[in-house]
Structure formats: structure tokens, C-alpha cells
Write a protein that binds this ligand. Structure first.
Ligand code: PLP
Length: 422
């Protein structure tokens, strides 16, 4: 049965959707760069700063409340990821978390050890691992197919060996939306004893996650891509992080996971906002638990509502994504960069216009109140080096979120059509 998604109830929570540019209501298709934020998340951040602001580990009320907020943040994010609460750590961003993890792993690498990254990844999941070359590691990058925008598993198998110590892989591409079956990469990596890191930054806003099901050692995502503030979240598998010499100060209160991964005073207000963003997803999800009865079997409480919410967002976005992709494909001169329809993908749709710089297309759309990104979005390897689109300004990227509407999608297709007729 088709989902009857209550888009009005979602939009009512996002003040940003009421904005107009040049008389046109704004259309926010910039989600892959960062989604809009519901009022309740902003309220939660303000509430922390106005009424609970303190450092942790004090004996007075606001400090105790701060610790409770931190604890709650780990519990809520554990439900989002499908893990235990002491497997959730927070940091400034995904890139920052990866750099910290890379330096921790570097301490135990030997010259000649190998590290595998991929050509499809954002530099936030490539550059931190490329840094390990400075410690004697050999870096190998898995090839991406130019036609299908999918990773080559055969190339991965060729590159993987008993020398491989780290595998950093992408779950969903922020450039093409391609979803990779990360479990099969992780299973093989574990066969040779390598540690795995999954970049789920673009996956997290679109699909439910279950870190235990994919079996990874680490997974990184960023709250500002799923209706939260600018904060990085990292899943650290207990058994793995316990054996790693993380980069930290020598203090008794951060020797055990998850604190073991965190440095300095945590950003309590943003942790509070991040858990509220996940509670927002769970509250939307509550409405659809009957619709997803089959998929939610075995799940309980908040985790069940979160998975339901993510399934609803995914299904709602998917219909708009198909209309968007097909609408763009009908416009002469437009090339769409999506994996083939039998391959899994997120709702993100990227395109170019023949003989036009992506930035010029973006400026035209922006003036019509359509907000989106153009360029390489730090997916530098695939866009500039594999597809060689640097001179043409990369892609124009349209990202969908549950606050978007089909009417907005039609308006966007019409605007691209108009641009192509100029
Ligand atoms: C797929 C992907 N990985 C990593 C990052 C980097 O995340 P952060 O900005 O939190 O460092 C991004 C940001 O756009 C991304 O889209």
C-alpha cells in the first residue's frame, strides 16, 4: 500500500520553508550540504544554554543536568545507529572524527601496511586516511565505474590483502547518491583482520541504519545532514575501540569508551540539539508504524519509531526523486548522473547542462529561489578526476528532504527547462 505521508505536518515544524526570494517561495534542495532544522531542535539548544549551561562532573544542579543531557544524547543516537549507548561518541565534524581516528590508528601502523579508500568518497573520508602515508602506509583507492557510478568490488578484492590494516568505505555517495553494499566490503576486510570505517554522512538522512547488521568497527555521520546542528557523531564498536590507543589527554575520566574517543569539553548544547533531531524523526515515525509493520518486526520503543520515520522519509522522497530524474532526463542537453535504476541510491539527483558551467545553472536557479549546490562538494576524485568535470564546474546537485513537495519538484524541472531554452 502506498504511504500517505503527512508533508504538511513536517513543513509546519520548519520555519525556513516560509521564506521567499524575489517573490518566489524558497525551495530547499540543498539537504546533502545540510538540511533545514525544525523549531524544536533550535528550542532545545536554546533551552540548554539558557537553563542548564555548565561543564560536566560538578556536584551542582546544572552540571548534573548537563551530564544527564550527554547521557541522553548517547542513548538517543544509539537508537538511531542500532548500537549500545557507550558506543556513541561526539566530535566537531565527521572530518574531525576521521582525522582523530586516523592519528590513533597511525600509532600502531608499520611501514608497508596498507590502507584502502575509495574513489567515490568525499575527501572527509579520503584525506584523513591519505595522511597515513606520512607514517609509512601505502594507500590504495578502489575504482568507480564511469558509466554506472558504482564501486568496483572486483578492484576492491584485488587491492585487499593480509597487508590491509584499514578500509574506509562509503555507504552513500554525496555526488551521485549511489548506495554501496558496505557489508560485503566489511566482511572481506574482517577476513584479513583490517579495521573498517563507514562514511554514512549522506546515507544517514535517507535510510535507517543498523551498525550491528553491517558489522563495521566505526561509522561516521554528521547531525547537520539529518535536521540537527553542526556536530559529528561516531559509532565506535566496543571491542575494537578498547584495543586502540586513541589521541587523548592523560586523565582518569576519559580512559574508557566512549569518552576515550572524545577530546576536550564536549559541545553539550549541540549534543542536546542532535538528540532532539532524532526525536523529531521518531515522532514522525510513530505515525507510520502500522504502515511498516513487516519491516519493523522485532524492533521496540524509540528505535522502532526512528526506523519507521526513516522508512517514511525514504519512501516519500523516492517518488519525488523519480519524477525529478525523469523530468530532467527529458530536457535536451541535460545529463543526469545517477546509478542505473536496478542499483540502490538515495533520492539525490545530480546533473549537468551541455556546454554550460554548473555554476551558471546554479545562479539561475538560486535567483528563482531554488537552493542547491554546484561544484564537486569535496567528492573531488569522482567528479574532477574520474568524470573530469572540473572545467565545467562539476555537477548541479538536487537533494530531497521530507519537507520538500512534489510541487517544488515540478517548479524546479520547469526552471531547468527555461534555463536550457535561454
Ligand atoms: C559523504 C560525506 N562524507 C563526509 C562529509 C564531511 O562531513 P563534515 O562536514 O561533518 O566533516 C560530507 C559533507 O558534506 C559528506 O557529504
Amino acid at each position: 500500500m502506498k504511504l500517505n505521508f503527512d508533508n504538511d505536518a513536517v513543513r509546519a515544524q520548519f520555519p525556513a520553508v516560509d521564506r521567499k526570494i524575489n517573490g518566489n517561495p524558497c525551495i530547499y534542495l540543498d539537504g546533502p550540504g545540510g538540511t533545514q532544522v525544525p523549531q524544536r531542535v533550535v528550542d532545545k539548544i536554546s533551552e540548554y544554554l539558557l537553563h542548564h549551561n555548565a561543564n560536566a562532573h560538578g556536584c551542582y544542579v546544572t552540571s548534573l543536568e548537563t551530564e544527564a543531557i550527554m547521557e541522553n544524547g548517547r542513548e538517543v543516537l544509539a537508537d538511531f545507529l542500532g548500537c549500545e549507548k557507550d558506543e556513541v561518541a561526539f566530535g566537531e565534524s565527521t572530518t574531525g572524527n576521521n582525522i582523530k581516528l586516523a592519528f590513533a590508528l597511525a600509532r600502531d601502523l608499520k611501514p608497508g601496511d596498507e590502507v584502502i579508500i575509495t574513489d567515490i568518497d568525499h575527501e572527509g573520508n579520503r584525506s584523513p586516511w591519505k595522511l597515513l602515508a606520512d607514517f609509512g602506509a601505502i594507500i590504495k583507492s578502489v575504482k568507480v565505474d564511469k558509466e554506472t557510478f558504482t564501486l568496483s568490488f572486483d578492484d576492491y578484492k584485488e587491492k585487499l590483502s593480509s597487508k590491509t590494516k584499514v578500509v574506509a568505505i562509503n555507504w552513500a555517495s554525496n555526488a551521485t547518491g549511489t548506495i554501496t553494499d558496505v557489508k560485503k566490503y566489511i566482511d572481506l576486510a574482517h577476513e584479513v583482520g583490517a579495521i573498517t570505517i563507514v562514511d554514512a554522512v549522506h546515507y544517514a538522512p535517507h535510510k535507517p541504519m543498523d551498525v550491528k547488521a553491517i558489522g563495521t568497527d566505526f561509522l561516521v555521520c554528521s547531525a547537520y545532514k539529518f535536521f540537527g546542528p553542526h556536530l559529528g557523531v561516531i559509532y565506535t564498536k566496543k571491542e575494537t575501540i578498547s584495543g586502540i590507543r586513541t589521541v587523548r589527554v592523560d586523565a582518569y575520566d576519559n580512559a574508557e569508551p566512549p569518552e576515550k574517543f572524545e577530546t576536550g569539553t564536549p559541545n553539550f548544547e549541540l549534543i542536546s540539539g542532535t538528540s532532539e533531531a532524532v526525536e523529531f524523526i521518531a515522532d514522525i515515525g510513530k505515525k507510520y508504524v502500522d504502515h511498516y509493520k513487516e519491516e519493523l518486526k522485532g524492533l521496540k520503543g524509540r528505535r522502532k519509531n526512528i526506523v519507521s520515520g526513516m522508512l517514511a522519509f525514504d519512501e516519500y522522497e523516492e517518488e519525488m526523486s523519480l519524477v525529478l530524474k525523469n523530468g530532467l532526463l527529458e530536457i535536451p542537453g541535460v545529463t543526469v548522473y545517477c546509478p542505473p535504476s536496478n542499483e540502490p541510491k538515495t533520492s539525490t539527483v545530480s546533473f549537468t547542462v551541455k556546454d554550460k558551467n554548473a555554476h551558471d545553472v546554479a545562479i539561475y536557479l538560486a535567483n528563482k529561489g531554488i537552493f542547491m549546490w554546484d561544484g564537486d562538494f569535496y567528492a573531488i576524485e569522482i567528479i574532477n578526476n574520474v568524470l573530469k568535470l572540473e572545467e565545467q564546474g562539476g555537477f548541479v546537485r538536487l537533494g530531497l528532504a521530507p519537507y520538500n513537495t512534489m510541487e517544488e519538484i515540478i517548479r524546479t524541472i520547469e526552471a531547468v527547462k527555461e534555463y536550457c531554452k535561454l
